[in-house]
Structure formats: C-alpha cells, structure tokens
Design a protein around this ligand. Structure first.
Ligand code: SAM
Ligand code: SF4
Length: 323
C-alpha cells in the first residue's frame, strides 16, 4: 500500500520478543533492565495466532515481505513454527529472520524446512575478546558455528555489522569472503544506547576497503527489500552492502514499518508514532484490523530526524524495536 507521500510500503519487521541472550553495549547494555520496552514490559507478548492474524491483514494491504526480529528471535521457542505458518499465508512473498546467531546452529535445519528465505546474522567483530567485551558473552564460536550450519542447511545468509568507530571492517570482510556470504555495514543510529556509539560515515569504510581490496564498482544488480547499496571490490568475490541511514538518508524510498513484540505498530525508527494493535487484534475482525493498519501507515512520517536528536521522540532501546 501507499503512504501519504506516495511511498510503497511492502515490508514489515516483526519483533517476537524483547528478551535477548546477548547484551550488546549499543543495544541492550548490562545496565538495562534486559527488556527493550521498559514500562511496556508487563504486557504479554503477542501470541502466534495474533501475529498470524496481523500478517493476514497486512498481506491483503500489499505488505508481502516480512522479517522476524527481536530481542533475539531464536530465544522464543515458537520462532520456527511462526516462520512456517507465515510462509503458508496466501500472498506472503518472503519471510526472513535477523539473529545474533548464538542459537542458529541448532535451528538452521529447522528454519530451512520451515521455508525461511534468508538469515541475517549480526556480527560486529571476529575477535573473540572483542566479541565478549561488546556483547557481554563469550559466544563468538557459537555464532560462527551457526553461520556454517545455516550455509550447510542451504539458507541464504548475510552478515550485518553496525559501524562503530572501533569497527574492523577489513577483518569482517575477510571473514565474509572466507564464508562466501555478503556483508553489510550499517551506520549506527542514535536510538537507545546507540546514542553513545554513533560513528563515522560509511564513506570512510568504502575508502578503507578500497585501499585493501582494490577498486570498487557499484553492484546495481543486487536489490533486496531494503536500503542497502552494494559494491564489489577487485579482490573480493562477495558483495559488500552499505546501509547509511545517517549520512545517506534514504527516507524517500522507505518501504517499511515495524511491529513490536507487544503489538505496537511503529512507523519510523525515530519517533514513537504508531498505533497499539493489541486490542484490535484481540477484539476486532481482520477487515477492521486492515483499516486501522492502513490509516496508521498513511500517516507514516516523511523522514527521520537523527541529525536533530532533540526532535526525536523514540526513547526505547533498539532491542525493544527490532532494529
Ligand atoms: N538480536 C538480533 C540481532 O542482533 O540480529 C535481532 C535484533 S537486533 C535489535 C537487530 C539489529 O539491530 C542488529 O543487527 C543490531 O546490530 C542492530 N542495531 C541495534 N542497535 C542499533 C543502532 N543503534 N543503530 C543501528 N543498528 C542497531
Ligand atoms: Fe541482543 Fe541483537 Fe540487541 Fe545484541 S543487537 S543485544 S543480540 S537484540
């Protein structure tokens, strides 16, 4: 469906939990309550049935691409079941998952069987000590095993790294090359704990990668459901993607909305605007639900205001929003 600015909204990120088995400093630091939606944490999570009802309604509005996220989606035991049931909804084109990879090794084969279309693994460093310091857990080997298992299961895997100023992009690109999976660098957004880690522009990384891996060429053939711009490098066989929300604002082409694990439909990462769908999901028909979603999406804000942090109204942690 279209919003008031003529943008086609066809992508929904669904957070299925705000719990997580890591404590990434920029997302859900140890000092936080462990729940990204402070204050709203007492509401129960949406049930599988409620999420499916929402997917039916959203799909009939033209939202056909879905990504399951969290918190950490694989800590919720119904995650694989949900992928499988969402894929069975008529009109759904793709269902992917974004995970920290810690539990991926045990879930990869089941995700494949469930019809999962892609697995994005968040990995910010391939250094064991740095991983433990950044995430609060000594789990790098588990994540690497998860990536291998996902590849072996035949899943389409991508790596996502958030651009902090300490990021070692060359090492991550070398690891991605070794694994033969695309890697994407995401500019840190000033959301939640991320405010203290906002780093330099992705342009810096492009230059750094070019010095090491040779001349870069835009890879226009590669277009997923998101805002990543891909490039190839002479000495790398994998594509490298850049998601530059801050220094390459892409709001004009934004195609997405987000559902929190407690049923709030969020329209933009920057603001708290949106609509609480829990009651509608529980008490109203799919037709009424469609109307409420359509009206909310129509009012999606024109653009984020990360460059003017004082105007931001979103104050939750990213783990409560789903990234
Ligand atoms: N736990 C899963 C994971 O880590 O992939 C899914 C949820 S996590 C919130 C989704 C993505 O958001 C991760 O790739 C994470 O690195 C990213 N993220 C968290 N805080 C961010 C921030 N302030 N700016 C940009 N990305 C952020
Ligand atoms: Fe957990 Fe993902 Fe946030 Fe890290 S980025 S704390 S893995 S939700």
């Amino acid at each position: 469906m279209k919003d008031q600015y003529g943008r086609t909204i066809d992508y929904l990120r669904i957070s299925i939990t705000d719990a997580c088995n890591l404590r990434c400093r920029y997302c859900m630091p140890e000092s936080s309550s462990g729940c990204g939606m402070e204050g709203a944490g007492k509401e129960p999570l949406l049930s599988v049935e409620e999420i499916l009802k929402l997917v039916h309604a959203a799909t009939s509005l033209g939202i056909t691409h879905y990504r399951i996220t969290g918190g950490e989606p694989l800590v919720r035991k119904e995650c694989v079941e949900l992928v499988q049931k969402m894929k069975a909804v008529p009109g759904v084109s793709s269902v992917g998952i974004t995970t920290n990879g810690v539990r991926l090794a045990e879930c990869a084969e089941k995700l494949k069987q469930a019809g999962c279309d892609s697995v994005n693994v968040s990995l910010d460093t391939v250094d064991t000590a740095e991983f433990a310091a950044l995430t609060g857990r000594d789990a790098l080997e588990q994540v690497k095993n998860g990536i291998c298992a996902a590849k072996e299961a035949g899943l389409f895997v991508k790596l996502n790294a958030v651009h902090r100023k300490e990021l070692h992009a060359l090492e991550l690109a070398a690891f991605a090359e070794q694994m033969k999976v695309p890697v994407r660098f995401i500019e840190m957004m000033p959301v939640g704990a991320g405010k203290s880690y906002v780093g330099p522009s992705n342009e810096v990384l492009k230059k750094e990668l070019e010095q090491w891996y040779g001349a870069r060429t835009p890879d226009l053939s590669r277009k997923g459901n998101g805002p990543a711009i891909y490039e190839t490098y002479e000495k790398l066989s994998i594509p490298v993607g850049f998601i530059s929300a801050i220094h390459g604002k892409f709001c004009r082409n934004c195609n997405r909305v987000r559902l929190t694990s407690r049923g709030f439909l969020k329209l933009c990462l920057c603001y708290e605007n949106g609509v609480d769908l829990r009651e509608v999901l529980q008490n109203e028909t799919v037709e009424k639900l469609e109307k409420v979603i359509a009206q909310a999406i129509w009012n999606k804000p024109m653009e984020h205001c990360f460059e003017r942090p004082k105007d931001m109204t979103e104050h939750h942690l990213m783990s409560g929003i789903g990234g």
